[in-house]
Design a protein around this ligand. Sequence first.
Ligand SMILES: [Zn+2]
Length: 334
Amino acid sequence: MSFSSVLGHAREIGILQGAIKSSRVAHAFIFAGPDGIGKKLVARAFATVLNCSSGGDDSCGACADCSMMASSIHPNLIEIFPVDKDGEKDPEGLIRINQIREVQNALRYRVDRGMKTVIVDGADRLVPAAAHAFLKTLEEPPPGSVIILVTSKPSDFMPTVLSRCQRISFRPLPEEAVKGFLVDVKGLDPNEAGALSRLSGGSLAKACAFIDDGSLQKRREVIHRLSLIGPSDVAEALKLAEDLSKTDGLDELLEFIKSWYRDRIVASEGAQHLVANNDMQRQLKDAGVGEFNRLCSAFWAVEEARKAIAPPRYANKQLTLEVLVLKVSGARFM
Ligand SMILES: [Zn+2]
């Protein structure tokens, strides 16, 4: 992985390359930014260039160090991530003190060339004791080493950790970059790719997950069913609520439904270029110009239901969805 093969993030990479060129690489970094936009890829590209034998500001991809980095077997690459109680990788798990001790042990051996690079993925999952144990290392890592904390929640860090690191803030990828990738690499139709790049908010990982778990298709089906419900279709409204309540990834689907009402609002206002669900232009046209206030209240009703179902409120899912679908579809008991 070289800097040049990373999608986007020219500004962030520029800062790192500037540090390499001027031989002023900080000893600890925080790479902060939304999930799934490539922070860890940049961290790995950085680790690779710091160890590449070509000695430039990007890795050559051809030397022994680059190929060991590419297969994650380079002795100077140390990666840790949150694990569950059985020690299996788990983004919702924790980084425990024993993992920090292992890193500290690994850093004890001096390197004869390159730089030992520690990548702590999901660093906001450090348990307090582990974060505390790590402070001294963050402050004064052994010579020839660099630590990169990767996180989407920098606000969860102790200030004492934050103050010891140089922060690089990653922005979401531009829509066009995500769209281009989805068309060129994933072979998506440009309209669908456009929709996906907007709906994923510039997160390539999220966009790819939407393709893999069939979310895009599910979104079309749910919006289609919702738009067919008329004032007297109470039974169908309740059936849709029941089906939704049994769906995996409900939160995501509710976000999609919200995006649909948002699209109808912006389309009604003549701002077609802001529509997210680009691949559903026909359905949007069929839905016609809606009444502004009714569309806004539907949008907020979906958001309210989404929040009600989520922790810490855990409202009854089916009941909440029934009320929601009846409300937004205008179906009524006659
Ligand atoms: Zn190389």
